[in-house]
Design a protein around this ligand. Structure first.
Ligand code: UD1
Ligand code: UDP
Length: 360
């Protein structure tokens, strides 16, 4: 029987990373069986199903249905479900994506069952231990046998941490494969008409615990977003995390602010593509704006994606500085940018090449 690769996904940012890898493995000359697991970490249609439809991902073979919970509850539930599954199916490799709780849970289970583990998007470091994702990245990379890096800085971090060079593969960015594959569908005119937008507009996505969990932080953030909306219409497709807090702090009270449910991938990037500036704390959005050439202001003290600053359009800003930074971006007009090396739409194929060779 041909070897079995099990892909574990669970949360919104996993899906655009997994799609090109699964597709490239399916197209490879060497036959590999693939199973796609959805842990159920994200379950809302708008955070999950819409990505399967739009990105041509196969239906998950298994949905563990773990849902929300504390970090320990969620991670443990994924581990229990995956341990049963891996014992039943005995995969030849487990492939995990990014830095969410489902990622680290799958890594722990695979490592203890001595199943080879591949980590897509290895080596990113914010060096900020207060971010749950940083803990997830460090643990996953420590356990992985194949580490697929999106950028040279990630390769360097892994080297500094003692990961043997032969395990590390600089392959580019599969999330950008997905972006480039769907570029033609990112329809700015449709986004303008759908959201009744004329003239310049900004887009914001904010969901990091450090920005939205605490009531005082949410209030300060709302003040800043209102000051942005004094300058141009601000469209906010809001992740459920923190939505209640931001609304309680009066977010929707400004006439220039449009609060939306999370958007589908194609609709979201259509909106971003036509925007004058993006304000975000998302990891993926920093990368996507880099390639689209849309100025990006990241409301965080650090980023694990420094190429989005050195090459791309990204700038780290404090919450309080956002309004005048927006003013500067609007005054400057265009933003010079370069696409980082290997963010060329072929990362999935490079990953498939290494994966297939490792298990065939
Ligand atoms: C998770 C990831 C984060 C990623 C984000 C992407 C971890 C530790 N964090 O954060 O890295 O940037 O996903 O979107 O894995 N909720 C819903 N519907 C859903 C899912 C969640 O309403 O389908 C609400 C629940 O109230 C839940 C909260 O959002 O408690 C947080 O969900 P969770 O998956 O724990 O973390 P995210 O904040 O989504
Ligand atoms: N995204 C989307 N709709 C939205 C907001 C984001 O499709 O309303 C996409 C975005 O284009 C990117 C991914 O979701 O592909 C990023 O996920 P998120 O910001 O939730 O997670 P992070 O990247 O911060 O881990």
């Amino acid at each position: 029987m041909s070897p079995l690769a099990v892909h574990v996904t669970g949360a919104r940012p996993n899906f655009p990373k997994a799609a090109p890898v699964i597709d490239a493995v399916a197209r490879h000359d060497v036959a590999v069986r693939q199973r796609l697991v959805h842990t159920g970490q994200h379950y809302d249609e708008r955070l999950s199903d819409v990505f399967f439809r739009q990105l041509g991902l196969p239906e998950p073979d298994v949905n563990l249905g773990v849902g929300s919970g504390t970090h320990a509850e969620q991670t443990a539930a994924v581990m229990v479900g995956l341990e049963r599954l891996f014992l039943d199916e005995r995969p030849d490799v487990v492939v995990v994506y990014g830095d969410v709780n489902s990622t680290v849970a799958a890594a722990l289970v695979a490592a203890k069952l001595q199943i080879p583990l591949a980590h897509v998007e290895a080596g990113l470091r914010s060096f900020d231990p207060s971010m749950p994702e940083e803990v997830n990245r460090i643990v996953t990379d420590r356990l992985a046998d194949l580490l697929f890096a999106t950028s040279a800085d990630a390769v360097a971090h892994l080297g500094n941490e003692g990961v043997p060079a032969e395990r590390i593969h600089l392959v580019g960015n599969p999330m950008i494969d997905t972006l480039l594959a769907h570029l033609g569908a990112f329809d700015v005119a449709a986004a303008r008409s759908r959201h009744d937008l004329s003239g310049q507009y900004a887009v914001a996505t904010l969901h990091r615990p450090a920005n939205v969990d605490d009531a005082a932080d949410a209030e300060a953030l709302v003040k800043t977003l209102h000051a942005v909306a004094d300058q141009l219409t601000l469209v906010l497709p809001l992740h459920p995390r923190g939505r209640a807090g931001l609304e309680a702090a009066g977010l929707s009270e400004h006439p220039g602010i449009r609060v939306l449910e999370p958007l589908g991938y194609v609709e979201f990037l259509g909106l971003v593509r036509g925007s004058a500036v993006v304000v975000t704390d998302s990891g993926g959005v920093q990368e996507e704006t880099t390639v689209l050439g849309v100025p990006c202001l990241t409301v965080r003290p650090n980023t694990e994606r420094p190429v989005t600053i050195t090459h791309g359009t990204n700038r780290l800003v404090t919450r309080e500085d956002v309004p005048w930074q927006v003013e500067q971006v609007l005054a400057a007009g265009t933003t010079a940018h370069r696409v980082p090396p290997l963010w060329d739409g072929h990362a999935g194929e490079r990953i498939a090449e290494v994966l297939v060779e490792a298990i065939a």
